[in-house]
Design a protein around this ligand. Sequence first.
Ligand SMILES: CC(C)(COP(=O)(O)OP(=O)(O)OC[C@H]1O[C@@H](n2cnc3c(N)ncnc32)[C@H](O)[C@@H]1OP(=O)(O)O)[C@@H](O)C(=O)NCCC(=O)NCCS
Length: 189
Amino acid sequence: MTATEQRVMTLQLKVIFRPARRDDLPKLEWHGEYTHFRRVFARAYEEQMQGKRLMLLADVNNFPIGQVFVQLANTEDIFSFANRRAYLYSLRVMDAFRGQGIGTALLQEAERILSEHGYTSMSIAAAKDNPSARRLYERLGFEVTTEDSGHWNYVDHEGRTRHVVEPCWILEKQLRGNPPPPAQRKRGR
Ligand SMILES: CC(C)(COP(=O)(O)OP(=O)(O)OC[C@H]1O[C@@H](n2cnc3c(N)ncnc32)[C@H](O)[C@@H]1OP(=O)(O)O)[C@@H](O)C(=O)NCCC(=O)NCCS
């Protein structure tokens, strides 16, 4: 081997798509990149425990290399089967793992879970300065329904309120989910 030749290994990775566990919370900070969302993650996890949110992860070797969070209902009664709409947000995949279908698989897995639970639609926001995210969503069947000025607040890990402005498109996809049978609905409550 000459000095200019490089050794190459091709890896086959097992990616597991699963809901977050409590011990994932520090790992979701991605070694400092998302430390400012510590409280946001903790709150989302509490709401997952209450059945209001889903934190779906792409796990490689017990580390979350990708994620999409799902707000399960925006109606008062989350068990109302009349208007079962879900909102997907915080989709991200670690740089080194992008362009290999993991973002697509996360969205497809969220869709499968929502359809199975009788959800009738799911929506997601694409920042206007992120055309590749919009392309990804449209390829998966989402359609732009409206736009939003994208103002939102969160409290960071040091207790400071941070204001974010991210003008975005809102895209929606209709699902053909069927409500689960009555017995299962009762158990869900
Ligand atoms: C948006 C994001 C989640 C996409 O994740 P990803 O894992 O790269 O997504 P995919 O691999 O499924 O699709 C991305 C591209 O890879 C291509 N691709 C999909 N499967 C592939 C495969 N098996 N092999 C090669 N390329 C593939 C897709 O065609 C797509 O191409 P496009 O950019 O021309 O549309 C990721 O880029 C990200 O985390 N970005 C930063 C955060 C962000 O912008 N989130 C969205 C908020 S609006």
